[in-house]
Unconditional design. Structure first.
Lengths: 125, 125
């Protein structure tokens, strides 16, 4: 039985999502127990949306589903690391491959790379 | 000026720490504004300890300092990714290189790898 510690963050654990081949960090989101169980059962990364307060199967709108290849748990069971196959090439709702497309350079922020898709075409259909 | 959004998690943002050469995820911790500023100013990863409620310069006890090589910010400015050179070879207080040394396998948890150091020798001196 897998017992995560959801108590430290109000019923949630942060979930780091990493490309299972390149090691690139794609995004960070949150899971509650239900989202974690759904991820294990379905093999598709499923998060809890704090803004919408509901389960969120990643890619259900955009088609950019994340197939789970491996799940790691940290030392004190309050964070998970999800290694995935990112379908559609991009994880971020902005169209970028990774949500971490902004790099800090001597106090300013520079955008790294170009979006893979146009969010206006993928969402708001 | 770098404006992170600390409002979503009570004055904190999660900080993912990644080995800058291998891409391995070493740990996840939290930063408040002061910890983030200290990280930028010192070049050493500095977190906010939720349990001790104080700034925490990683490695100040163990010697396993993290030299910051690059900082990324995510799309909505509420998570940071810190790419580091991990001194001493191990980030986790258990002695493992990474805090994510437990792998979920068909519903159970398996420990991956051996500790690099013995915590009893490094801490509690």
């Amino acid at each position: 039985m897998i017992e995560l510690n959801f108590d430290k963050a109000g019923g949630l654990v942060p979930a780091i999502t990493q490309d299972y081949t390149t090691g690139e960090i794609l995004m960070l989101a949150y899971m509650n127990q239900e989202a974690f169980d759904a991820t294990l059962a379905s093999g598709k990364a499923t998060y809890y949306s704090r803004s919408r307060q509901t389960l969120w199967i990643k890619g259900e709108t955009s088609g950019n589903v994340q197939r789970v290849k491996e799940i790691r748990v940290d030392c004190d069971n309050d964070t998970v690391l999800i290694k995935v196959d990112q379908l559609g090439g991009a994880a971020c709702h902005t169209g970028h491959r990774s949500c971490f497309y902004k790099k800090i350079e001597t106090g300013s922020i520079r955008v790294i790379g170009e979006p893979w898709f146009d969010p206006a075409e993928v969402y708001n259909k």
